[in-house]
Design a protein. Sequence first.
Length: 165
Amino acid sequence: MIAAIANAGGPDAQIVFTEAAATWRKLGLRVAGTIAVHADDEGPCSAGFLLDIGSGERYAIRLDEAPAGTACHLDAAGMEEACAALLGQIPSADVVVLSKFGKLEAMRLGLWGAFSASLEAGKPLLTSVSPKHLAAWKAFAPEATWVDADPAAIEEWRRTAANPR
């Protein structure tokens, strides 16, 4: 019931997630989750906001300056705030889309609670995975399916996840 797109970097997976969520909502499905809205500049941690698919709320997740000793501008507090907002949406969702399993999730922070809640509730979950954190992902979701960042492949996964044999 869990599918991941290998994250090649940049906003590509987020565009696919946006299209999939819009399609599913048109079909009448309840979609919970987040989509990363990328800043104009590319580079480490280029997402500026997380968009809550269900509410439309935007959560700032980019620090103006990276903390000393790192190039990452990711704001963990913004990630935690977005996660907290999702927890009430997951039980009634038909499908969950979470922008990325990355550095914070590997440390059981960020969207970790939403990942765990989706798994515990048995909800179909679509995400992307940072290559740097593949080992943590495999420990969390060893039976996850890998799908191409292709609308047809994602829809086939969703139909299979919605109707397991």
